[in-house]
Design a protein around this ligand. Structure first.
Ligand SMILES: CC(C)(COP(=O)(O)OP(=O)(O)OC[C@H]1O[C@@H](n2cnc3c(N)ncnc32)[C@H](O)[C@@H]1OP(=O)(O)O)[C@@H](O)C(=O)NCCC(=O)NCCS
Length: 298
């Protein structure tokens, strides 16, 4: 019998539902299929913090996801927008994003767009802002930097949460108390103090292929380096990642010297109220977010 060498299969029907009702392994499988490093634990944390939708086909395969992370009453970041490789460029990305927009209400949105997603978001009305440099690699011992004048370092404790939230709010422009509390649960933190008051901090937690440093909040590059250095030193020889919008200056130079070259870039984009448009230094706003909590949270 001779079999036809090609066949056209009719496209299948997808239904969108709450991501909370989908098995974790299926979400994890989808992010692996597009080469993303998330572990099941990383998905678990995203699901605890945010809301989202997942599209499934007739036999329950998860073929697309999108999440949003409400921060304050009027803003959310969007992340984990993924469509299965065999579906891409057939309209599923646009369809799932339209479902997100219908669900987030009047919130302004911020997201970090990969190259593959940029055109989709532009056509949905998102405006491009600054680039994020995804820096990663096996950490090497940074040359020991002198501690900035009058500063001391110590490990962060749970009782520091209110101060960290306040510094993060000044830098980020939105209150992220719930997110910061959750991050503190799973992170080690280093704080820089002057006269007994925390003026800069860096958190570091397990993520993806190793650990991620972020957020890092500080008023100067030297302070940011001082709080990031101990995390680099602790992970020498191990995979470490840090996402920053700092393009030039002592901080990104320090990150590169620590064995974390720029691996990729994503573009911050916003819809509604401008987000991540100008650098905090340019606007005279201090402190500054030197490293993102993650691409999904901004
Ligand atoms: C980005 C992604 C979600 C887009 O999903 P999709 O199902 O391909 O989206 P659509 O089919 O609705 O296409 C939307 C637009 O993007 C364009 N597009 C799709 N894939 C593209 C690619 N690899 N490069 C450039 N443009 C692309 C399409 O042509 C379309 O534009 P048009 O309507 O003007 O022709 C999908 O490619 C993906 O999961 N990529 C890997 C993970 C990722 O990068 N996620 C984005 C996180 S911000």
């Amino acid at each position: 019998m001779k079999a036809a060498e090609s066949i056209r299969l009719s496209s299948f029907e997808l239904k969108v539902g709450d991501i909370a009702n989908v098995e974790l392994e299926k979400l994890h499988g989808l992010s692996i299929s597009v080469g993303w490093p998330h572990r099941a634990e990383d998905w678990q944390m995203l699901l605890e913090i945010g809301e989202g939708i997942a599209a499934q086909d007739e036999i329950g395969r998860v073929v697309a996801t999108a999440m949003w992370f409400p921060l304050g009453a009027n803003f959310a970041t969007v992340g984990m927008v993924i469509t299965s490789p065999r579906l891409q460029a057939h309209g599923a990305g646009r369809w799932i994003m339209n479902n997100v927009l219908a669900r987030v209400g009047s919130r302004s949105l911020g997201l970090n767009a990969t190259r593959a997603a940029r055109r989709l978001y532009l056509s949905l009305g998102f405006a491009p802002a600054r680039l994020v440099y995804q820096c990663q690699g096996d950490a090497v011992m940074p040359a020991s930097a002198l501690l900035p004048a009058g500063a001391t370092l110590r490990n962060i404790e749970h009782s520091d949460l209110a101060r960290l939230v306040a510094l993060d709010r000044s830098a980020y422009g939105t209150d992220r108390s719930a997110l910061m509390a959750r991050l503190l649960d799973v992170s080690k933190g280093v704080a820089l103090l002057r006269e007994g008051r925390i003026q800069a901090f860096a958190l570091c937690r397990p993520f993806g292929r190793g650990h991620v440093v972020g957020p890092v909040v500080a008023a100067t590059d030297d302070d940011a380096i001082a709080v990031t250095g101990p995390h680099v030193a602790e992970h020498v020889g191990q995979f470490l990642r840090l996402d920053t919008r700092q393009e030039t200056g002592p901080f990104p130079e320090f990150v590169a010297r620590s064995g974390l070259p720029v691996y990729d870039t994503v573009t911050s984009m916003w819809l509604g109220r401008p987000w991540a448009v100008a650098s905090e230094q340019d606007t005279g706003m201090l402190p500054v977010t030197y490293a993102l909590a993650s691409q999904a949270f901004g």
